[in-house]
Write a protein that binds this ligand. Structure first.
Ligand code: AMP
Length: 584
C-alpha cells in the first residue's frame, strides 16, 4: 500500500533537522567518512579513522571536477577496488557541462536518489500547505537522456534521467498526487522533439486534470510553450482525428500514444477556439489548463531572464521557484512558496551532505581572468567556514561533500546568505563563479551581464519586441579586446533601435574596472551581434547531441574559445552587428 503523504510529518522532521544543524552536519560527515574509509582517495589523505570536521578540512584538500577526473575515469573504466566510495559506484551522472560545452562525469548512487526525494518531499510539504492540490496530474516536461555503458560497464545518463527512471521517484510523485500525464514511453523517448510534442498532446488530452506545470528548469517550460505556438494546429488536428502526427516516428512512443489518443472533435474545437481567442498567447496556460494551481521549476539564477515570458504564458497563475541542487547533489529547499521567484531562497538540509563555504570576501578566492579555466583558483587554499558559521549578508562559494564520492568539492556557485531558518542558513543563488566577462581589470559576472541585457532589452518594447535568448563572448582577437553580446530577437528591429540597445548594453556594465577601461580605450567598443531566428534552438540541439537533456539545459551565458562548437553556431548565424559608440 502507498503511504499517504503527510505534510505535517515532513515539516516536523525538517524542523527537527534544522534546529540541530551543527550536530546533524557532524554526524553526516562521520557517516560519509565511515562508509567510505576503504576508498583509495580517502586513504590517501591519512584520516586514520578520524571523522571530525577540523581534521577533515585540514587533511583533505579542496578540489574541482578537474582534480577528481582521473578517479572518476578509473571508476568508469571498471576499477575492481573502492576508488572514491566504499560500495562500488554502478552509475555515472552526466552533468550538463554548460561552460565547457560537453558533459562531465559525476559518480551517482542510490543515496543521491534518496536525498533528491527528501528535497522533493520537503518543498512539496511547504508548497502544498500554501497551495493544496488533489488527485491531479502534472504536465511535466521531463525527458530521459540517452543512456550508455562506460568502458567498465557502468550505466551513464543525466542526473534527472537517473532520478526519473527510479521506482522511488514514481512512488513519491504518486504520493504527492502529481504523476506525469505522459506515459513513460514519452518521457524516455529517443527523440526530444517528438517527446515534447507528445507531452503537449497528453497535456491537452488531460487538460482539465492538470494541476501543475513542471520542468526542472524554467527554460524548458518556456521552450515548450514557444513550441506550442508553432504546433498547436497540428495538435488540434491529432485530437480531432485521433491519429498521431506523422512527425512521431519512434515506435514505442506511437504505441503508447495510441492507447490514450482517441478522436475527439469537441475537444479539438474547444482548444482551437481558446487558442484563436488569445492575444499574443497571453494567459495561454490558464486558458488551456484551467485547473492549474502553479507552475513549478527552477526560475532563479540563469533562469531569471525567462520569467517575463513565463509570466506572459502564466497570466495570473502563481510561479513557484524550485529547489537548489546540481548533478553533484542537492543543497537546499525553497520553503517559502508564496514569494516571487526573484526573492526565492534555499534552506540547506543538513543531513543530505556535508557543506562548507568559501567566503568571497577573502580575496584569495578571487576570480581568475580565464573564464574557460576549470581550476581558475589561486594556489593558496582558502579557508572554509562550516554550515552554521556563515554570516548573513556575506557571499560564499559552496563546497560539497556527498554520499557518492565527492569530498570538499567546489561547486563553483556563488550564494549569498540571507538569513537562518532555525540554525541552518537560507541561501540566495547569486551566479556561477567562473562565468566572467573579463579582459583586464574588468570583472563582470553572469548576473552583471543579465542586468545589462535586461536594461537594454527594455528599449525593444518600443517596437513590441523582446530578446528570445542571449549569450556573450570575449573577443581577444581584436586589439584591444572587447565584449560581444549575441541576441536573438523575436522580430525585425530597426537599425536605429538596435544601435541604441548596443550603447545601452555598453553603458549598463557599471563595474568600475570596465568603465575606466572603456574610457581609456583599454577595452574596445562593445559589439552587439543579432542572430537569425532559431539560432538558440540550434544551440540547444547541439547540447542535446552531446548528451544534455532538454529539461536540464541552460544556455551558456559566456561562450569561451574552448567551446568552439557553440561559438561556431553563433558566428554562423549572425545577421547584423553593431559597435557601441557610447564612449566615443
Ligand atoms: P547541472 O550541471 O545540470 O547539474 O546544473 C547544476 C547547476 O545549476 C548548479 O551548480 C547551479 O549553477 C544551477 N542551479 C541549480 N539549481 C539552481 C537554482 N535553484 N537557482 C539557480 N541556479 C541553480
Amino acid at each position: 500500500m502507498e503511504k499517504r503523504f503527510d505534510c505535517d510529518e515532513v515539516i516536523q522532521e525538517f524542523e527537527g533537522l534544522t534546529k540541530d544543524a551543527k550536530r546533524v552536519q557532524t554526524e553526516t560527515l562521520k557517516t560519509i567518512l565511515k562508509e567510505n574509509c576503504e576508498a583509495e582517495y580517502l586513504k590517501k589523505w591519512g584520516l586514520h579513522g578520524r571523522t571530525d570536521p577540523e581534521t577533515y578540512s585540514s587533511r583533505v584538500p579542496l578540489v574541482t571536477h578537474k582534480d577528481l577526473e582521473p578517479y572518476i575515469q578509473k571508476i568508469a573504466d571498471g576499477a575492481p577496488y573502492p576508488v572514491l566510495t566504499g560500495n562500488p559506484i554502478t552509475t555515472i551522472t552526466l552533468s550538463s557541462g554548460t561552460t565547457q560545452g560537453k558533459p562531465k562525469f559525476v559518480p551517482f548512487n542510490e543515496k543521491l536518489t534518496e536525498t533528491t526525494m527528501q528535497i522533493y518531499r520537503t518543498s512539496f510539504a511547504f508548497r502544498n500547505r500554501a497551495f493544496p492540490i488533489k488527485n491531479g496530474k502534472s504536465l511535466s516536461f521531463i525527458y530521459g537522456s540517452k543512456q550508455f555503458k562506460t568502458k567498465g560497464g557502468l550505466t551513464a545518463a543525466t542526473a534527472t534521467t537517473n532520478v526519473y527512471s527510479s521506482e522511488q521517484y514514481k512512488k513519491t510523485m504518486k504520493a504527492m498526487q502529481t504523476p506525469s500525464c505522459s506515459p513513460d514511453a514519452v518521457v524516455f523517448g529517443t527523440d526530444f522533439h517528438q517527446s515534447l510534442y507528445c507531452h503537449l498532446l497528453c497535456g491537452l488530452i488531460f487538460h482539465e486534470e492538470i494541476q501543475v506545470i513542471f520542468s526542472t528548469f524554467a527554460h524548458s517550460i518556456v521552450h515548450s510553450f514557444r513550441t506550442f505556438e508553432l504546433v498547436w494546429e497540428e495538435l488540434c488536428n491529432d485530437l480531432r482525428t485521433g491519429v498521431l502526427s506523422t512527425r512521431i516516428t519512434v515506435p514505442s512512443v506511437r504505441t503508447a500514444m495510441s492507447k490514450i489518443l482517441k478522436p475527439n472533435p469537441e475537444l479539438a474545437d474547444k482548444i482551437h477556439k481558446k487558442c484563436s481567442g488569445l492575444t499574443e498567447w497571453y494567459g495561454l496556460i490558464p486558458e488551456i489548463f484551467p485547473n492549474t494551481k502553479y507552475i513549478y521549476g527552477i526560475m532563479t539564477g540563469s533562469m531569471e531572464p525567462y520569467l517575463k515570458k513565463l509570466r506572459h504564458y502564466a497570466g495570473g497563475i502563481q510561479l513557484q521557484s524550485a529547489d537548489y541542487g546540481s548533478s553533484e547533489g542537492w543543497i537546499g529547499v525553497n520553503i517559502n512558496p508564496t514569494l516571487p521567484p526573484e526573492m526565492a531562497t534555499f534552506t540547506v538540509l543538513p543531513n543530505i551532505g556535508y557543506f562548507e563555504f568559501l567566503p568571497l570576501s577573502q580575496g584569495q578566492t578571487d576570480f581568475d581572468s580565464d573564464s574557460d579555466s576549470n581550476s581558475n583558483f589561486t594556489s593558496v587554499e582558502p579557508k572554509s567556514v562550516g554550515l552554521t558559521d556563515v554570516k548573513v549578508g556575506e557571499e560564499y562559494e559552496v563546497v560539497v561533500t556527498n554520499f557518492a564520492g565527492l569530498y570538499r568539492y567546489r561547486l563553483e556557485d556563488v550564494v549569498k546568505v540571507t538569513g537562518f531558518h532555525n540554525s541552518t542558513p537560507e541561501l540566495k543563488f547569486v551566479c556561477r563563479r567562473n562565468l566572467m566577462l573579463t579582459i583586464n581589470i574588468d570583472k563582470n559576472t553572469e548576473k552583471d551581464l543579465q542586468s545589462s541585457v535586461e536594461a537594454a532589452a527594455k528599449l525593444l518594447t518600443a517596437e513590441k519586441l523582446e530578446v528570445v535568448d542571449f549569450t556573450s563572448h570575449v573577443d581577444l582577437l581584436s586589439e584591444p579586446g572587447h565584449y560581444v553580446i549575441f541576441w536573438e530577437v523575436s522580430g525585425e528591429a530597426s537599425d536605429e533601435l538596435l544601435k541604441e540597445c548596443c550603447n545601452r548594453l555598453d553603458l549598463s556594465f557599471v563595474d568600475a574596472g570596465y568603465v575606466s577601461s572603456r574610457k581609456t580605450k583599454a577595452i574596445g567598443a562593445l559589439e552587439l551581434r543579432v542572430l537569425s531566428k532559431g539560432a538558440f534552438r540550434k544551440i540547444l540541439d547541439h547540447y542535446i547531441e552531446q548528451g544534455t537533456v532538454l529539461n536540464q539545459f541552460k544556455t551558456p551565458r559566456c561562450v569561451g574559445a574552448i567551446n568552439h562548437g557553440v561559438l561556431q553556431i553563433l558566428c554562423d548565424n549572425v545577421v547584423k552587428s553593431y559597435m557601441s559608440t557610447a564612449f566615443d
